[in-house]
Design a protein around this ligand. Structure first.
Ligand code: SF4
Ligand code: SF4
Length: 414
């Protein structure tokens, strides 16, 4: 599957530290996995090792560094100035790109000037209008953050920073698809990605690790805890949310607004490998690296038993190509229940992320994705449009013609 041997690292220079306390966050609780006196600051030595080894290990001409957290702005701007100068030092003729995921509350003119002049692609977490965003995205004192994030958004725009919006779809947000989508349009936002929130209440191993949320279903054995948190989107509601946004977008905004979820779907209909791991056949090529250089199988699997090694002491390629990590990646496909194997939209869904596979199928098989109903409905709904868009692309025509073609088809069917 991964013939070019490429892989991707999500680096967390401030570890799970964040200046906010978003109620649904699955990562800040990871502080509990580190010793009590940890400062959660990537040292210069780890940073340099990482940049040097990551560039040297990649066969591609362009290398993408992804900075995430926790909240990476907590490292301060000087840290990222060091990042850029080390990337220059070790680039060896390769093109370097940076992506940076932030809650936006600490952005100022200096940060945004830096992002613009170094061409960072910034992902800004914004869930929608004030009452939706502030329902969960609060600071450590429980205060709302919407106004600070909107200030960050206007600074990104002012400095011409390339950015996209990451919007989490909670149970409550899922009831308001058009309100959220229209809010983003009013803000002239062109690039949007929706992320479903699915978390389970603590299970036995969570408690052993002093965490709050359930550990992911083991890829080796059944995980029976199925009680989800109160903010988890309902099994069919995420699909209905995407369908409503899709119907609005296809009528009015195709070619003007880019919704990553629809772009990924189009990739599936075009028969090209998914740009995201969740809809790929296998996973295992997108690892996470903590502030101290510890490398884990994936951002969703930062748990002691999924640690592959450390950037300082272990060879990066050996970690990625280790039997453990290859098995981890392959199990995404090998553990699919029969209902997925025989599913008409398997080519687009591939059972989504194993973290969400904690239901039993109607036949009693473990490993069915909690969002299965959503994905089945959503992919089936968009299928006629996707087929036409594929044809248009193959003929070198703009995909935006899909709307008029569908209208004509409907008229002729009447
Ligand atoms: S476990 Fe989920 S998030 Fe991690 S690589 Fe696999 S599909 Fe992606
Ligand atoms: S839609 Fe459901 S049955 Fe089909 S591949 Fe996805 S999770 Fe499996």
């Amino acid at each position: 599957m991964y013939k070019d041997n490429s892989f991707h690292i999500l680096a967390k220079p401030a570890g799970p530290l964040c200046n906010l306390d978003c109620k649904y966050c699955f990562y800040t609780e990871k502080e509990a996995l580190f010793p009590k006196n940890t400062t959660f600051q990537m040292t210069d030595a780890v940073l340099e090792m990482y940049i040097k080894k990551y560039i040297a290990s990649q066969k591609t001409l362009e290398i993408v560094f992804a900075w995430q957290g926790g909240e990476p702005t907590l490292m301060g701007l000087d840290f990222f100035k060091k990042v850029v100068s080390l990337q220059d030092k070790y680039a060896n003729g390769k093109k370097i790109a940076n992506t940076f995921q932030t809650n936006g509350t600490l952005l100022n003119d200096e940060w945004c000037e830096f992002f613009a002049s170094n061409k960072f692609l910034v992902g800004l977490s914004l869930d929608g209008p004030e009452h939706i965003h502030d329902a969960y995205r609060v600071d450590c004192g429980g205060k709302p953050t919407f106004n600070q994030v909107m200030k960050g958004l206007s600074l990104l725009k002012k400095h011409g920073v390339e950015f996209n919006i990451l919007a989490c779809v909670t149970k409550q947000a899922s009831y308001k698809p058009l309100e959220i989508y229209n809010f983003f349009k009013e803000q002239d936002i062109q690039f949007i990605q929706f992320i479903p929130i699915v978390e389970r209440e603590a299970n036995k191993s969570t408690l052993e690790l002093a965490l709050r949320h359930a550990t992911p279903p083991s890829l080796y054995k059944e995980e029976s805890q199925k009680v989800v948190t109160s903010w988890t989107v309902e099994p069919a509601a995420y699909g209905s949310f995407l369908i409503e946004v899709f119907d609005e977008w296809i009528q009015k905004d195709i070619g003007l607004v880019y919704i990553m979820n629809f772009e990924w779907a189009l990739a599936a209909w075009m028969g090209i490998p998914s740009p995201v791991c969740i809809f790929s056949e296998e996973c295992g090529r997108a690892v996470a690296m903590e502030h101290n250089g510890d490398v884990y199988a994936c951002d969703h699997y930062v748990y002691p038993e999924y640690q592959l090694g450390n950037i300082a002491t272990d060879n990066l390629e050996n970690m990625i190509n280790s039997q453990f990590q290859l098995d981890f990646g392959k199990k995404k496909e090998h553990t699919l229940p029969n209902v997925c194997k025989n599913c008409e939209v398997r080519f687009a869904c591939h059972g989504e992320c194993p973290k969400h596979r904690f239901l039993l199928s109607d036949e009693g098989e473990p490993g069915l994705n909690y969002l299965c109903t959503s994905y089945k409905n959503y992919f089936k709904h968009i299928s006629p449009y996707m087929k036409i868009m594929k044809r248009l692309l193959q003929e070198g025509l703009p995909v935006s013609l899909v709307t008029s073609i569908i209208k004509r088809q409907r008229v002729s069917e009447v």
